[in-house]
Design a protein around this ligand. Structure first.
Ligand SMILES: Cc1cc2nc3c(=O)[nH]c(=O)nc-3n(C[C@H](O)[C@H](O)[C@H](O)COP(=O)(O)O)c2cc1C
Length: 217
């Protein structure tokens, strides 16, 4: 679905929309990077700094894993899934035909960005604004998701392909131990990235008429 963006007065807005529209899920990746690691680090650090959070609580935490460290993560995931097979919680057939190839595909990327939320850091603000207390945890997750989207889009703008995964809580213990992650950091998502070796494929769009209303225009 393409909506004309020619009406923008600022050419940067058109560029922004081009980047947003070209962000897709890429599963077929190879362990190469189109840019230097410092570019990837800049993207991740700027996301941590500049993506907004409710009341500026700055609850997002990130661990960036590159190359061998990235592989370690997905080796842990494979080992955990093998454990589930051994425990009778996942069939061997499902593991061999589906789970393992998928995880090996992630392992074949160049890096993974681990996105965490530090909910414990919200203690003081929940006390200060007691009437909003129940809102702060969801707000923190929403802010985290904004970082995920921003990093995903920026990495793809730099020539990567990426896909977003959710293997928490299965991998939480290994992640915490291996990369010395504070206990208060709760893992939400894993953004796997690498050089794409296949297109993202086609995408269906539900009708905009069912999803958008405007009044007063
Ligand atoms: C909040 C969220 C959670 C997602 N979780 C997963 C996931 O666990 N595994 C996965 O392979 N893709 C996941 N995706 C990717 C979506 O399936 C994908 O973005 C969607 O199908 C649209 O395709 P596109 O990314 O190519 O535009 C997730 C996306 C979002 C926004």
């Amino acid at each position: 679905m393409t909506i004309s963006t020619t009406q923008f007065t600022n050419p940067a807005t058109s560029t922004l929309f081009d980047l947003v529209k070209s962000r897709r899920t890429y599963y077929a990746l190879k362990p190469e990077s189109p840019v230097s690691d410092s570019v990837v680090e800049t993207i991740v650090k700027d996301a941590v700094l500049h993506v907004p959070s409710s009341f500026n609580t700055q609850t997002t935490r990130v661990v960036l894993l590159l190359k061998e460290e990235h592989k370690k993560l997905w080796n842990y995931a494979i080992k955990i899934m093998e454990g589930l097979v051994a425990a009778g919680k996942l069939t061997k057939e499902m593991f061999e035909s589906n789970t393992k190839p998928k995880l090996e595909g992630f392992r074949n990327g160049y890096g993974t960005v681990l996105f965490f939320v530090d909910y414990e850091s919200l203690g003081p603000i929940k006390e200060k604004f007691a009437q909003y207390a129940a809102k702060f945890d969801p707000f923190a997750l929403e802010s985290n998701a904004m970082s995920q989207f921003f990093v995903w889009t920026a990495l793809e703008a730099e020539g990567f392909g990426a896909n977003l995964q959710h293997y928490s809580p299965l991998i939480d213990g290994d992640v915490q131990k291996e990369w010395n992650v504070p206990e208060s950091w709760k893992l939400d998502a894993q953004l796997v990235f690498g050089t794409p070796v296949a297109d993202a494929g086609s995408k269906q769009f539900a009708p905009l008429e069912d999803r958008y209303k405007v009044y007063g225009n």
